[in-house]
Design a protein around this ligand. Structure first.
Ligand code: ATP
Length: 369
């Protein structure tokens, strides 16, 4: 069993400038055996620190870390049965690829035949057999990245830890490596913990995602749940691109009012928002759920919830077009069909899909429904 668990794990750093700084503020989670879990969040949110604590490269200030069925708090990194793949690959430049792959096992004084077999197996899986005699500098970025993964595979660890392994690759290669990593996970059936600041990478790779901000876990869920039911405004704004639109709103008599428009709520929404009758809320809607009039007609979306506004900015991205318009002081984005005809300054009708509205408490920023 290769599950990983954090129980109230805190990490504080002490330095002269900041005094005591809490990088991880009491994390709790369970990563199940064979699961692919991604830690995601903006720079400085504590994701790398969390990963390094699993590896044993950082010691937590308090709390327990469990790998498999052991509390590993006191265990040295080499005794934790994990393998970590770093952002910069950390390959030995003077060694051949084969030597790089065998190095860890040689250090462990494993029999020669076993090392040979494991290196060959890993090279086959990763398509490295042709380059075993080359040095790292003779490989492309993507190939080097594969060697770094290969070095982890030969160790046959309980848990793989990845720290932003694709960040040094160009956009096309990142997409290719993303697919390869997903396939590798299926093939190895291993537990993987993966750190990235890129929400698209997190959404495509993670079976579950741990969203972090300022040292605190914001939500742990599958990509679908994060997208459809974000726990708070941070998660709602972080997951999805372009980001969810937020508007100041007020609930009154079964309607939600924003500046310049008023939308009828569904019965379920009226019920869920009962405590907010007559009060301010934040209305959220993703750009892909605001439609042009024609598209709404075609898709049979009720045009009851629509508003008129002038198009302020148009961004044509080829497969889709982003239209920006104002609601009060806020700029709102609609992601529309590229065939939608629009000119800057044109008055357009924007249809808000009423089944896709999100509501947040303006004080706590938590999801209401
Ligand atoms: P990034 O995406 O930029 O790597 P991150 O989410 O991985 O960010 P961490 O590296 O975990 O963030 O750092 C979390 C916080 O802890 C940051 O504010 C960082 O400055 C601080 N921190 C990390 N290591 C140390 C250290 N050795 N001493 C003091 N503060 C540290």
């Amino acid at each position: 069993m290769a599950r990983v668990e954090f129980r109230n794990v805190v990490k504080e750093y002490h330095d002269e400038k900041r005094g005591t700084f809490t990088a991880v503020a009491g994390s709790n989670f369970v990563i199940e055996d064979k699961e692919f879990v991604v830690f995601v969040g903006p720079s400085g949110c504590g994701k790398t620190t969390s990963l390094r604590m699993i590896a044993g490269l950082e010691r937590q200030s308090s709390g327990d870390i469990i790998i498999g069925d052991r509390i590993v708090n006191e265990l040295h990194p080499k005794d934790r049965d994990i393998a970590m793949v770093f952002q910069d690959y950390a390959l030995y430049p003077h060694m051949t690829i084969k030597e790089n792959l065998s190095f860890g096992l040689k250090n462990l004084k494993r029999p020669k035949a076993e090392i040979e077999k494991k290196v060959m197996d890993a090279s086959n899986i990763l398509g490295l057999t042709e380059m075993l005699d080359r040095k790292p500098r003779e490989l492309s970025g993507g190939q080097r990245q594969r060697v770094a993964v290969g070095r982890a595979i030969v160790r046959d660890p309980q848990v793989f830890l990845f720290d932003e392994p694709l960040s040094n690759l160009d956009a096309k290669l990142r997409i290719q490596m993303r697919v390869e990593l997903s396939e590798l996970h299926k093939r190895l059936g291993a537990t993987i913990v993966y750190v990235t600041h890129d929400q698209v990478e997190a959404m495509t790779l993670g079976e579950r995602i741990v969203v972090m901000n300022k040292g605190r876990i914001q939500q742990i869920a599958s990509p679908g749940v994060l997208y459809n039911e974000p726990q708070n405004m941070f998660v709602a704004g972080f997951i999805g691109s372009p980001a969810m639109n937020f508007m100041d709103a007020r609930i009154e008599n079964g309607n939600v009012h924003i500046e310049g428009a008023s939308f009828a709520l569904t019965d379920a929404m009226v019920k869920g928002l009962r405590a907010y009758e007559g009060k301010e809320v934040v209305l959220g809607i993703r750009p892909e759920h605001i439609y042009g009039e024609e598209f709404a007609e075609k898709m049979n979306v009720s045009k009851e919830n629509s508003m008129k506004s002038n198009v302020q900015v148009i961004e044509n991205l080829g497969a889709e077009t982003l239209l920006y318009f104002r609601v009060g002081a806020r700029m709102v984005t609609a992601r529309v069909n590229p065939e939608t005809e629009a000119r800057i300054g044109q008055m357009m009708t924007f249809v808000f899909d009423r089944n896709k509205l999100h509501f947040f408490d303006p004080a706590t920023e938590e999801r209401i429904l």
